[in-house]
Design a protein around this ligand. Structure first.
Ligand code: PEP
Length: 249
């Protein structure tokens, strides 16, 4: 049985005061009726504050990115050991904004995945196609390629300690989510891809859907058999909305 996960990607939003309000608001719902795991991924500079606020809670902490290198002369970067040190459990790798805006290619994402796992962090590996790729019928080729780049360097067992997130680029921050059927189709494709490597691990792997998830559409998306929760951007910045999404997961 896979336990659902709802992870909030705050992106570059927040302040110390806003985050305190948001997390305290979220903690009012913590433990109420969530069967799902919940996690929040604040910007790097707020991780320590968030770790302190979440200390006694069931909400996990995650980061939005990680350096592929272990340590050293990489000005501006944050390595996996540091994320672990401040209390992170999860880290997002290969978010489409990192791929598109910061030119992260499949190979770099794969190295980040390995770097995260080397420190005991659980990577949330994002894959997803653009609108033009979908319209050209390339969705499976694109997400398959993005997944294969990681599978080429990580053994099948690595996916036992990882989470996959299908995030169609055209649905992120646009208010236009994939339909449950569209999401299910790609999730099933990804699970079958992993099943070719290891059927048991494929059945255990959590595959999240991300792209304009809200309280109003979460239930129908999460009802699909291969959708094991969500990676939530905008709606994770409102405590009540995020808590509602967690409670339906
Ligand atoms: C995201 O940031 O990964 C995301 C899915 O954003 P949104 O929920 O706002 O579309």
């Amino acid at each position: 049985m896979r336990r659902s996960l709802v992870a909030g990607n705050w992106k570059m939003h927040g302040s110390r005061a806003e985050n305190t309000r948001l997390l305290n608001g979220l903690l009012e719902y913590d433990g109420n009726d969530w069967e799902a795991e919940a996690a929040v991924c604040p910007p790097f500079v707020y991780l320590t504050d968030a770790a302190r606020l979440l200390k006694e809670s069931h909400v996990f902490l995650g980061a939005q990115d990680v350096c592929a290198e272990a340590a050293g002369a990489f000005t501006g970067e944050v390595c996996a050991a540091m994320l672990k040190d401040v209390g992170c459990h999860y880290v997002i790798v290969g978010h489409s904004e990192r791929r598109a805006l910061y030119r992260e290619d499949d190979q770099l994402v794969a190295r980040k995945f390995l770097a995260a796992q080397s420190q005991g962090l659980v990577p949330i590996l994002c894959v997803g196609e653009t609108l033009s790729e979908r319209e050209a019928g390339q969705t499976e080729a694109v997400v398959g390629r993005q997944f294969d780049a990681v599978a080429a360097v990580a053994p099948p067992a690595a996916f036992e300690k990882a989470v996959l997130a299908y995030e169609p680029v055209w649905a992120i921050g646009t208010g236009k989510n994939a339909t449950p059927e569209q999401a299910q189709e790609v999730h099933a494709f990804l699970r079958s891809r992993i099943a070719k490597l290891d059927a048991r691990i494929a059945s255990l792997l959590r595959i999240l859907y991300g792209g304009s998830v809200k309280a109003s559409n979460a239930a129908e998306l999460f009802a699909m058999p291969d959708v094991d929760g969500g990676l939530v951007g905008g709606a994770s910045l409102k405590a009540e909305e995020f808590a509602k999404i967690c409670s339906v997961a």
